[in-house]
Design a protein around this ligand. Sequence first.
Ligand SMILES: [Mn+2]
Length: 349
Amino acid sequence: MQTNFSSHPLVNTSDLEAFQHILDKAHSIVVTSHRSPDGDAVGCALAMTSYLRTQGKSVTTILPDPPDEALMWMPGVEDIVYYAEDSRQADELMANADVLFALDYNRFERLGRMSHAARKSPGKWLLVDHHELPDNFQSAQVHAPACSSTAELLYAVIVGLGGADAVDNDMAALLYTGIMTDTGSFRFPGVTPTTHLIVADMIAAGLEHAKVHEHIHGEAPLDRLRLNAFALNERLEVFPEFHTALIHLTAADMGRFDYRPGYTEGLVNQALGIKGIRFAVFAKEGGERVKMSFRSIGSFSARAFAEEHFDGGGHHNAAGGASSESIDVVMAKLRGLLPQIQTQLLAAQ
Ligand SMILES: [Mn+2]
C-alpha cells in the first residue's frame, strides 16, 4: 500500500516500541482529544480508534464536547461519547480503561471539565502531540512540536506499528483532514517534504482529497458567510503602522447572524492575509469570557503575546487566549498594546 513514505524523521523507533509494549497488554482503550475539537483533534481520535479496533481492541472515543457541524461528516463521528452530554458513561469508561490516548493536546487542562476523570483514571496514558512542553502524565509519547499536525505524526505511528494496511480510505480522509486543517491547506511553515510524502501515499492508496476539501470548505451555511462578511466590513480594524489587524464580534453581532460554533473559524487568517499584516487578532464575546485567536507571520511570537497579556498559549504563529473583561475593555487593551510591540513587529521577518 505504501509508495514513498517509510519512516518519519520526527518519530523514534524506541517510542513506537514503548507504545507497542503497552498496547500488547491492553484490552479496554479510551481515545481522547481536547475540548472544542478541531479537524486535527477529531481526525486523530477517530483514526486511532479505527486502527486499534483492527487490532482487536475494545475502544471508545471520548471528547469533552462535540465538534463544529463542518466536521460531522467524518467517518465514525456518530460513535463518539461526549463528556458534556454523557459524563456518567465517560467517567465509567475512563475508570475502566487500561490504556488511554491523549491526542493533539499536552495537558489535562485542555479537557475542561473532563480533566478530573482523566486524572483519576488508573490506565496508562499514551500521548501523540505537536504542542510544546507537554505535562508529564504519559507512560510513553510520540511528541514533535516541529510537526505540522498531530495527524501527520499519527500516520507515522500507525504505519510504524505495522498498520499501513489499516489505513483505508476512511482513515486516510480522517488523517488528511487533520493535516490539511492544521496546515491551512499545506501553506504553514510546519509543512515539510514528509508531510507531502505522507499525503502522496494516501492519495496513491485511494484517498479522495477533493471530497475532504468540499466537506470542510464547500458546505458553508449562508449565515456563516454573512457573519464573516459583516465582521470584515464592520468590525475589522487595520493598523498599517503596527502591521496589525484586529477583528471583534459582540454577542449581539453573532446573535444577528444566528451564530453556531465554527462560524468564525478562519476569520483571523483573513485578517492576517491582508498585505503588510504580520499580526492578527480575532476577539469574540461568548459566555462570561472574551475568547481570542492570535496569528502571526515570521519571527513575532503570537504565543508569547497570548501568554503575556491574555493568559493564553499555543504555537509560535498561532495561539489563543481569553479575558473575563468586557469586549470593549479587551479591544481597548489590544489597541493600547500595539505601540509596545511595534519594535518587535517592525523587526519581524
Ligand atoms: Mn493539532
